[in-house]
Write a protein that binds this ligand. Structure first.
Ligand code: URA
Length: 238
């Protein structure tokens, strides 16, 4: 019975992906799906983002893509000055095609809200855009395969602040020699592709769910981000 419902759900999600890939699931009885303004042609960055999304969709001989349901490209506001990078989609994200939904996404939203941010004034993506099977982390080979797309993504968004959530994003962007508990909570000024940006690494919300005692440190990082937003004179959308 449950299997039948799941199969139906997967088919429904596939159907929605066919008619419009950019749907946001909302927990409302009426109008449950609304268009994601994220890749709207009206956004000046929309065309470049659409092109990047189709380049990733057309990736060849990729096991991640083969085993996944949907591409998980991004969420949030492409004009945001703050960009977050997670690791890779989980099961919920794979079904909906949107990063950070489900429990991990709920915690991320709470973390953002604690410093007056939300998905209207940040932009969110992942190191890899297709779900690694069984929720494993992406391999080094997979990370390297997706890295040119990620760099292009950062160039298009051109954020003033780049937040790396967890060790996969940290290692992809700042290099392999760092461990997250040592690298977190420090600003690094770096050029990624053509984008000069202030980068900070912090714990991944999924890690914080397993290790809630680390939330104190995460809160320190969030306060650093809040201060940086003020110091850089970033005005938040809305
Ligand atoms: N974890 C991630 O790193 N990204 C997601 O989109 C969801 C969970």
């Amino acid at each position: 019975m449950i299997k039948k419902i799941n199969t139906k759900l997967v088919k429904l999600v596939k159907y929605y992906s066919l008619i419009n890939h950019n749907l946001i699931y909302e927990n409302e009885a009426i109008n449950r799906y609304k268009s994601n303004k994220n890749l709207s042609i009206k956004s000046p960055k929309g065309k470049e983002l659409q092109e990047l999304k189709s380049a990733i969709s057309n990736i060849k001989n990729c096991n991640l893509k083969k085993n996944s349901t949907n591409i998980v490209f991004s969420d949030g506001n492409p004009n945001a000055k703050i960009m977050l990078i997670g690791e890779g989609p989980g099961a919920n994200e794979d079904l909906e095609g949107i990063p950070f939904i489900g429990k991990t996404g709920e915690l991320l939203d709470k973390m953002l809200l604690s410093i007056n941010l939300d998905r209207d004034n940040v932009y969110i993506t992942n190191v890899v855009n297709f779900r690694p099977p069984e929720n494993r982390s992406p391999t080094e080979e997979e990370i390297n395969r997706y890295l040119p797309y990620l760099i292009k993504h950062i160039e298009i968004i051109n954020p003033k602040i780049l937040i790396l959530l967890g060790s996969t994003a940290l290692n992809a962007i700042l290099g392999n020699e760092k461990i997250i508990s040592e690298a977190r909570g420090k600003w690094v000024e770096k050029k990624i592709g053509k984008c000069n940006t202030s980068i900070i690494a912090s714990f991944h919300p999924a890690f914080l769910m397993r290790q809630p005692d680390q939330k104190k440190l995460s809160w320190n990082d969030l306060k650093m981000i809040r201060k940086k937003i003020i110091d850089l004179g970033i005005t938040l959308e809305k």
